[in-house]
Design a protein around this ligand. Structure first.
Ligand code: ZN
Length: 396
């Protein structure tokens, strides 16, 4: 029994060492074995045997030498980014978008699939078929599909592993999405997050705020919600519904909201609110037309965006007081309103919050465009990459 325990511990130590080494290569790539040893504090033998295993498995490659040191220059090691693919899936009401990247998140291709069926089982069957095809297409890669990050409209209960709530896809509520997908595609790791959480992850990994520690992502389609990223992790709350700030009250006796309350932030600062201000609907006026009119200086649209920005500012004052973020990133359709929205937000914040609490805050619109949330799906996969590589490398 004792011998068994020792083997278990050795395996654990080996995995922990491998994780350090892989994370160091990912962070400092390309890098020499000696440098990996000095950063991780592991001895050179341990580093070399791990790197040799990764080389043998095709996960890393040797790139030649640094040419900077005297004597025999060290060989640099890098991740073989083509050893596998990451997939991000953004599920919307009428379509879902797939983003396929290499292991380092570089886009290989994206695809949009129109959907006219709101049944979640239909989605499971369709996406399983697409992933099976992708798996065949990429079977020459050592790791194949390393994971799929799925972004849902609504919230996912991290305790019950079922969709908790979706305002626009009521059919999905209580659907055990992860277990149903796992039944169809048991050998591909799957991760699920709501759109505002994925937006925050996408921004931290791919956007202007790479490596920032504290970020709040604000997104609005018809409603409004936020994703909070803090020191490397998403703030999920107990069940995974943290960030429903669109339903925080900003007017005690304000407009009636679909949640049953009154005066919710999203009634004044969402895309729906913008359409209300313009006394129009998406059927009468597309969002692209609104953005074009704004850039052309149309006075009605400019005034509506200014008012929307004022109400955004009121809600964001609450966000700043609650979370003390370094960055607030405006994502989704709101991001297309650009600097005019941001200026109005700042006007309101400067009136509401003392300067000392604002001086370290940066607010901007995301540059990631319509693939922003799908990038978040890829981020979920890349966040687990070292574990996936270890699992594969230790297979006989
Ligand atoms: Zn509400």
């Amino acid at each position: 029994m004792q011998a068994k325990g020792q083997i278990g511990n050795l395996d654990l130590v080996k995995k922990i060492n491998m994780e350090h080494i892989i994370n160091t290569i990912l962070k400092y790539r390309p890098i020499s074995r000696a440098k990996i040893a000095s950063i991780t504090g592991l001895n050179k033998m341990t580093v070399s045997s791990c790197v040799d295993l990764l080389l043998q498995k095709g996960i890393v490659v040797e790139l030649g030498t640094t040419g900077t040191s005297r004597g025999r220059p060290p060989t640099l090691v890098d991740i073989n980014e083509l050893a596998g693919i990451c997939v991000g899936v953004d599920i919307e009401i009428n379509q879902f978008t797939l983003l396929i990247t290499d292991l380092l998140g570089k886009k290989l291709e994206s695809m949009i699939f129109p959907v006219n069926n709101k049944n979640p089982a239909y989605f499971v069957n369709t996406i399983s078929g697409i992933l099976a095809d992708l798996k065949k297409t990429h079977s020459h890669r050592q790791l194949g599909i390393v994971g799929v990050g799925i972004v849902i409209q609504g919230y996912y209960n991290i305790r019950t592993d079922a969709v908790d709530y979706s305002a626009n896809l009521q059919e999905w509520i209580d659907f055990p999405l992860l277990s149903e997908l796992t039944k169809q595609i048991p050998d591909i790791p799957i991760y699920i997050n709501p759109a505002p959480y994925a937006g925050a992850l996408g921004e931290v990994h791919f956007g202007r705020s790479k490596s920032v520690d504290h970020l709040v992502y604000v997104t609005s389609s018809w409603g409004l919600s936020v994703g909070v990223y803090n020191n490397g992790e998403l703030f999920t709350g107990t069940t995974g519904t943290a960030g429903r700030l669109g339903h925080s009250t900003i007017h005690m006796n304000g407009k009636k909201c679909s949640c049953g309350s009154r005066g919710c932030w999203e009634m004044y600062a969402s895309i729906k609110a913008l359409y209300d201000l313009l006394e129009s609907t998406p059927q009468q006026l597309s969002f692209t037309e609104i953005v074009d009119s704004l850039h052309a200086g149309d006075s009605k649209v400019t005034s509506a965006v200014h008012e929307l920005g004022h109400y955004q500012g009121i809600g964001l004052a609450n966000v700043i007081n609650a979370y003390n973020p370094r960055v607030i990133c405006i994502g989704g359709l709101l991001a297309l309103l650009g600097p005019k929205l941001i200026n109005s937000i700042w006007n309101t914040l400067n009136e509401m919050i003392p300067e000392r609490f604002l001086r370290n805050v940066e607010i901007y619109c995301s540059d990631l465009g319509e693939l922003g949330v799908a990038h978040g799906g890829v981020s979920m996969v890349i966040g687990q990459l070292s574990n996936t590589i270890i699992h594969y490398s230790l297979l006989e």
